[in-house]
Structures are given as C-alpha cells and as structure tokens.
Write a protein that binds this ligand. Structure first.
Ligand code: GAR
Length: 209
C-alpha cells in the first residue's frame, strides 16, 4: 500500500486534499491511503476537513520557529513519522524547506493553478495566478502537477491540463473553472506515481507502460 502525506498552508480550503483522500478511498488511486495531513494552523479549514474525514492531522507552524531551518527540521520530523511514499502539496503556499526536498527526491508533488512555467514563482498562488493569466490576454490556462525541487514551481512537470479563459472572466470565475480540472489532474498524476509509471529524465517526466 502506498502511503501519502498531504501538506497544506494556513488558508487552504482543502479541496485538492479532499479529492485525493476520496480517490484513495474509492480506488481511483489504487492501493493507497492518505496517512497524514500536515498544516500550519490547527484552525485551518483544510485541517478541520481532514479531521472530519478521519485522517490523522498534525500542525507545524512556521511562525513558532526562530528560523526557517528549524521549521524545516520540525516539518521533516513530523513527515518522517508518517513514513510517506509520496508527499502531496495541496495549497501549500511557501517554499518547501530544502531538507524536506532533499529527503524525498522526486517523491513530492505540487499542484499549481496555471500552465507552468507561466504564472508561477514566489508570491504566485491562488487568485493572483488567475489574475495574471487573465491580464496576459491568453485564451487558455490550466493547471500543472510537478515534482518539487528547491525552487518555486520549478520542478519537472508530470501532467498539465487546459481550461479556456473567457472574455468576461474574473479571477474567481476562472478559478472555479480550473479547480475541478486540478482535482482530476492531481488524482491522475498520483495514480501514475503509485503504479510506478513515472520516469524522470532530467527536466522531462515520461509516462511508461
Ligand atoms: C489550488 O487552486 C492550488 O492549485 C493552489 O491553491 C489552491 C488550493 O485550493 N496552489 C497554488 O497556488 C500553489 N502555488 P484547495 O485548498 O481548495 O486545494
């Protein structure tokens, strides 16, 4: 059985988290379970949702540590206790500490609500991403699932899916169109991972078999 840990940030709603938990339970992600959800605040909506779904939760609040390195050590310790085969960031809005990235090479995924490398990087999350996509004048956007490296949104891309940008879109209407596409794409990427079908070759991720 593949053990999946999910990392969320303080304000995260937890819709991607919930989609992953449900897909493990109904077999769309085969032979897998979400064994822990780790957040930054115990009153975070995503953590409350995880609790309601009977998934063990833990809190590691970066603000409670005097420096980022100590936060990274604490987060790594909590994650290691869960013994994950895969870690999924789901609305995790900060740079993942380097010691966590190094402990799980090509075993951490992130979902981003745009077609990377467009509209990614530091400070680009949530509605800001959709505002930037609308402002660019592009007619399509989408989402990206990628492996996490030590940069912001820079790791090898696993899957991307598109959604149209309509003339009268606001960041909110566009986010609402992209979100269900995110859920499907994330579930598909995790399924391929647990089935051993992803091969990383430099910047490229191949789906085999
Ligand atoms: C999602 O749209 C996700 O792609 C985005 O935050 C939202 C979290 O929603 N992540 C980023 O912007 C990361 N740079 P959720 O809590 O409902 O899953």
């Amino acid at each position: 059985m593949s053990r999946i840990a999910i990392l969320v940030s303080g304000p995260s709603r937890g819709s991607n988290m919930q989609a992953i938990i449900e897909a493990c339970r109904d077999g769309r992600i085969p032979d897998s379970a979400v064994v822990a959800v780790v957040g930054a605040r115990d009153d975070a909506p995503a953590l409350q949702k995880a609790h309601a779904l009977s998934v063990p939760t833990a809190v590691v609040n970066p603000r409670e540590f005097p420096d980022p390195d100590m936060y990274g050590d604490a987060l790594l310790w909590v994650l290691q206790k869960a013994q994950p085969d895969l870690i999924c960031l789901a609305g995790y809005m900060r740079l993942l500490p380097a010691q966590v990235v190094q402990a799980y090479p090509m075993r951490i995924m992130n979902i981003h609500p745009a077609l990377l490398p467009l509209f990614g990087g530091k400070g680009m999350y949530g509605l800001k991403v959709h505002q930037a996509a609308i402002d660019s004048g592009m007619k399509i956007t989408g989402c990206t699932v990628h492996f996490v490296d030590e940069g912001y949104d820079t790791g090898p891309i696993i899957l991307q899916r598109c959604a149209p940008i309509l003339d009268d879109d606001t960041p909110e209407t566009l986010a609402a169109r992209v979100l269900p596409v995110e859920h499907e794409t994330y579930i598909e990427a995790i399924r391929l991972f647990v089935q051993g079908k992803l091969r990383v070759e430099g910047r490229r991720v191949r789906v085999v078999g």
